[in-house]
Each structure stands twice: as C-alpha cells, then as structure tokens.
Design a protein around this ligand. Structure first.
Ligand code: EPS
Length: 378
C-alpha cells in the first residue's frame, strides 16, 4: 500500500493516488469528509479556511461503493484556484522553502511555495481517511489530539476512546482538556495581534493493533522508522517521539522498559493476554508492534508566514526587505493533530497489508484470524 500526491495550493485541484488498496472494502466518504473538515478547523486558522469546504471525490478504483483492488484516485478541488493570476513573491519567508527552492530550481519563489504549502496535507488526510476504512475492519483506530500549544502544556484528561473523542470535539483547539481552552484562546489572540505565530505538540494513539506489524529484520522495514518518516515529512514538523521518546534517555532501564505479565482472561485481545503495566515503548519494540497501543508525538514549529515579517532579501534586487506576507494562520497545531493521525493510520494500514496479504479484505481477515489463533497457541 502506498500513495503519492499532486497539486498546488492555489492550483485547480489536489490529488492523491493510492495504490495497493485491497478489494472488498466498503468505501463511504462521510468519515473522510469529517476528517477534512476537522483539518480545516481549530482555533487560530486563517482566511483560506473560510473560502474552502474540502470534500473528497473518489475518481477511480471503486464499484458500487466497494474497492476493486485497483488504484484509487482521490480528489479535493481548490475553490481558491487562482494560480495563473498570481505574481511571484520574491522576498523569501524564513522557515519556508522559498529561498532554497528558488535557488535549487533556478526559478520563481512561487514555483516552490505553491507545492511546499501545507495545503497539500488535505489529500494526505484523504488518503489516511481511506486507510482508516481498512483499519476499521480490524478494530484498529487512530486518534490525534493537541498536548501542548505555544509552550503551554495541556493536562490531558483520560477516558475510553468515546470519551476522548467527546473531549477533543468539545475543545476549540482539539485538546483533551477543554477547560484550558480559554487560556489558550487568549494566547492565540494576543499572538495574532502582535503579528506572530505559534507551534505545539500533537500526540497520536493507535488502539487495537495486533502483534507483529513491521519487522526487526531490515532497517527500512522497521515500523518505528516508517512512522517517524511519515510524521517528520508532514509540513512544519521538526521532531518525532515514540512512547517515552527523549525522556527514555534520562532514566535507568528499570524505569523505561515495560514488564511483561500474562492474563489468560484476555487472550482474545490484540495483546493476546500479554499485558504490560506501562507502555513506555509506545507499542513498538525492535521495529514491530507489541500488541500495546502505539503512541507517537510530533513537534510542530510555528507557521513561518508572519504578519510582522522577519528580515529577508528581495531576490530580484538583492535589497534588504521584510519577508512576503499575503495571509496566514496564527496557529495550525489543531490541524496537525488530524494530519499526523491520518499519516500514521496510513502507515499502520500499509504494515497490516504487508503482514496479512493485500489482494482482498476477505483473504486478509482469514489470515488475520489464523494468525491470532496460531499466536495464542504459541
Ligand atoms: C493551508 C492553506 C494555505 C495556508 C496554510 C495551509 O492557504 P493560503 O496560502 O491560501 O492562505 O492557510 O499554509 C501555510 C500557512 C503555509 O505556510 O504553508 C491549508 O489548507 O492547510
């Protein structure tokens, strides 16, 4: 299972081509559209989101609402299509790819900024949304939320998945503590007024994951490495952690590694009864899933388009000038929670297809059940 995308921020359309998606999966777009809507939201988003109403259209690969096993092309049309009329922006924004892109491709800044823009994450979310339809068939769920914003740590509340969805739905920034919204809203408002932007940290948990996705055997097939790449490759992400992450380096081994217990009452769970009192490994040991929830965190830098611009150089005249500004978001950390959730879901679905065969859902389910049975007897 793999995908690639095409499209410019202000071009006609955005496309994702998903290849290797199994046959026999019921495809309904409501859940994908719900994620697209969430991606557009969160307090602090800019004017563009008032123009767009992102909706996915599935152009190929399904028949009567069921996947065929052939490539699936997903489209989200840009309402704000105006690329042909747009001029160049010759004053590169520090933090964006503007300067490097213009030099690398020996061309206009417009040629790089249109594709480097986080607008492209629209169709990454659509591809991840499609992957989630497959994961759902195996009881696997991915869920992302904001755990820190502009340096303010959120005291995430706990609960079952339904309760967590409710908390995130109630929070204007998609955190798990709506009680802290007022404080964060104030911070975003004040930052916006001063012409600045804010970053933050998002966390994704994946529940219902069986043992053995990924492999220890080869570096480029280790699932922790693949997840890290998928998440790091999201626009503006500068750090990725799994489980305890960097904190693991600060503790002795006895306070890092998760003891192994056995509870015969729960052999029907994805963990097959092998319970762990802690999950510091974040569901991954030696590049393989260990039956525990996957926990992955990402650090998003503040958006680099600043209303009060930093120093830059006009590439045409080489004069010192402020960086270009048309419009921007003050904060898109909430959107990142949804984007990271979806790119993680896609990688998990890819690993699932690799382990259980990818021609049809029917075959995958039979092999999944057989593996669970054999693993219980191990
Ligand atoms: C985005 C659309 C963009 C920006 C944002 C992400 O729209 P526009 O450039 O037309 O205002 O709002 O992109 C950035 C801030 C960036 O630096 O790339 C979207 O749909 O997510």
């Amino acid at each position: 299972l793999r995908y690639s995308t095409a499209g410019e921020s202000h071009g006609k359309t955005l496309l994702a081509l998903v290849d290797g998606f199994p046959a026999g999966v019921e495809i309904e777009t409501d859940a994908i559209d719900a994620d697209l809507k969430l991606r557009q939201g969160g307090y602090g988003r800019g004017g563009r989101q008032r123009i767009e109403t992102d909706k996915v259209e599935i152009l190929t690969g399904i028949w009567k609402g069921i996947s065929l096993g052939s490539p699936i092309a997903l489209q989200v049309i840009n309402k704000d299509y105006k690329l042909e009329r747009l001029e160049d922006l010759p004053r590169p924004r520090p933090g964006h790819g503007d300067l490097t892109g213009a030099i690398k491709f020996l061309g206009p800044v417009r040629g790089i900024l249109e594709r480097a823009s986080a607008r492209e994450t629209t169709v990454r979310v659509a591809a991840g949304g499609l992957a989630k339809l497959l994961l759902k068939q195996f009881g696997i769920t991915a869920f992302g939320y904001v755990s820190e914003l502009g340096g303010v740590k959120i005291n995430s509340q706990e609960g079952n998945l339904e309760q967590l969805h409710k908390l995130r739905g109630d929070s204007i920034i998609y955190s798990l503590n709506p009680d802290q919204d007022a404080e964060i809203k104030q911070l975003i408002d004040a930052t916006g007024k001063s012409g600045d932007t804010l970053g933050g940290i998002v966390e994704v948990r994946v529940d219902g994951v069986p043992f053995g996705l990924g492999t220890h055997a080869q570096w480029d097939r280790k699932l922790d490495g693949r997840l890290a790449q998928a998440v790091m490759a999201v626009q503006a992400i500068k750090g990725v952690e799994i489980g305890l992450g960097f904190e693991a380096a600060r503790r002795p081994g006895s306070q890092v590694h998760d003891p192994i217990h056995f509870d015969p009452e729960h052999r029907d769970q994805p963990h097959l009864g092998y319970t762990r009192p802690t999950n510091n490994a974040g569901g991954l040991e030696a590049g393989m899933t260990n039956g525990q929830p996957i926990i992955i965190r990402a650090a998003k830098k503040p958006i680099s388009t600043l209303a009060k611009p930093l120093d830059s150089i006009n590439l045409d005249t080489k004069e010192k000038q402020g960086a270009s500004y048309e419009r921007s978001d003050v904060c898109a950390v909430s959107a990142a929670a949804i984007i990271v959730e979806n790119v993680v879901a896609f990688e998990i679905a890819t690993a699932l297809v690799e382990k259980f065969g990818g021609d049809s859902l029917q075959e995958m389910k039979a092999r999944y059940d057989l593996f669970q049975q054999m693993a219980r007897e191990r």
